[in-house]
Design a protein around this ligand. Structure first.
Ligand code: NAD
Length: 378
């Protein structure tokens, strides 16, 4: 068994939403050990949390600059090899840039940065660094999403005509409708979240899901946002028409005010030979629709699945694969890349996914602000 990869964590403290997902995912395949961190902006809070989860406190640092500085003083075989960035969005860019410039691998939450310009700078920085960079578009790690991608690549749908992706999320709905609360969350503060809330936070997952599964790129879009309240500067709902080619079109629907929804990410892809439909809340069922054959349901772990899909299941069929497993699959792919082992394309979203995501987010805002016009992506 190779030695565990030394993992540092930035953000993801005990008060955070996403920290636990990364910590558990990192441990699922026994590849990583957390050896250092800045879990919170507040040093004392960070230390307390480290004690709570039994991470040695001698490598809990006051900020990310100190983490990089102090870790570089350690012998290479003791040093953090990869850092996961799990902070509010505005910190992703300075943290990732500093880490790459100092030879660390990076696992970064989405959106990768707050601007498209920053994303391109980070791309150049990575080219020079030559390290591994993964962006955690978690949902690409689900076995049946991977299966959909591989079957589409092999021509199961023939030519694709129509794509429909939805991300309707519930938990922030009541916060948005509460005047006091909506002025205090970082997701609705452009300084901390970037120029978009709904598209930047969740629409970008739907965008990534489309490009990941179809292998096609979105070439142009037209977006209509809803803001709801005068004191809120950020979109909380949006509908985006997309064109991927002359006859490949579709829609991305994202909302943070779709009352009663939970984590409703869903995708449908329609082609000349059939269609796929998949929903995040029932991730173990991939539906294949046809005009001529009965409905087919693909499930994880069966031998009929692709290598990429089977690589993401650990137990025999019938043991549900959930969000922790999906993230663990991304961590597994990143571990193979960090160790210089062979891995399959699609095992983890890359810098390119991050750059495309920011191109998408900024284009949706530009489209809406210019009066709902068509905008070309790069
Ligand atoms: N992949 C996904 O599906 C998914 C889901 C949720 C969130 N996210 C992303 O994860 C990131 C974090 O989101 P969240 O919901 O966990 O946010 P959160 O507000 O719940 O947690 C943020 C954490 O970062 C810490 N933090 C803040 N400033 C810091 C600093 N200067 N140094 C170190 N730590 C600091 C906070 O103390 C907190 O622990 C965001 O970029 C978000 O878009 C991704």
């Amino acid at each position: 068994m190779p030695k565990k990869i030394k993992l540092g964590i930035l953000g993801g403290g005990g008060d955070s939403l996403i920290g636990v997902l990364h910590r558990v995912a990192a441990h699922i395949n026994d590849n990583y050990e957390i050896v250092g961190a800045v879990f919170n902006a507040d040093f004392e809070e960070s230390l307390e949390f480290a004690k709570e989860i039994d991470v040695p406190t001698n490598r809990i640092y006051k900020d990310f600059e100190t983490l990089v500085e102090e870790e570089l003083k350690l012998p290479k075989d003791e040093r953090i090899q990869v850092c996961s960035i799990l902070t509010p969005n505005f910190l992703h860019f300075p943290m990732a840039k500093k880490l790459l410039q100092n030879g660390f691998h990076v696992i970064c939450e989405k959106p990768m940065t707050t601007t498209y310009d920053e994303a391109k700078i980070l791309q150049d920085t990575l080219m020079k660094a030559g390290t591994v960079f993964a962006v955690t578009h978690t949902y690409t790690g689900y076995p049946m999403v991977r299966q959909m991608r591989e079957m589409i690549k092999e021509g199961a749908l023939g030519k694709i005509y129509k794509v429909d992706a939805q991300y309707y999320q519930g938990w922030i709905n009541t916060i948005i409708h509460d005047k006091e609360k909506r002025s205090s969350v970082w997701r609705l503060d452009p300084e901390k979240a970037g120029i978009s809330s709904c598209m930047g936070d969740i629409g970008v997952h739907a965008f990534n899901m489309i490009e990941f599964t179809t292998g096609l790129q979105i070439k142009s879009l037209l977006c209509d946002f809803n803001y709801l309240y005068k004191d809120n500067q950020m979109d909380v709902d949006g509908t985006v028409l997309i064109r991927m080619d002359e006859h490949v079109k579709g829609v991305i629907r994202a909302s943070q005010v779709a009352t009663g929804e939970e984590n409703g990410l869903a995708i449908a892809i329609y082609g000349e030979k059939g269609a796929f439909r998949w929903e995040q809340e029932k991730p173990n069922f991939l539906y294949k629709l046809s005009d001529t054959e009965p409905l087919q349901v693909y499930k994880p772990g069966h031998a009929y699945n692709s290598e990429l899909s089977l690589d993401g299941t650990k137990l025999p069929p019938g043991h549900p694969e959930g969000i922790f497993d999906a993230m663990a699959n991304i961590y597994l792919g990143a571990a193979r890349a960090i160790r210089g082992e062979r891995y399959n394309d699609g095992e983890f979203p890359t810098m390119l996914d991050g750059v495309r995501g920011l191109n998408f987010i900024e284009s949706t805002v530009a489209s809406h602000k210019q009066g709902n016009v068509w905008i070309d992506l790069d």
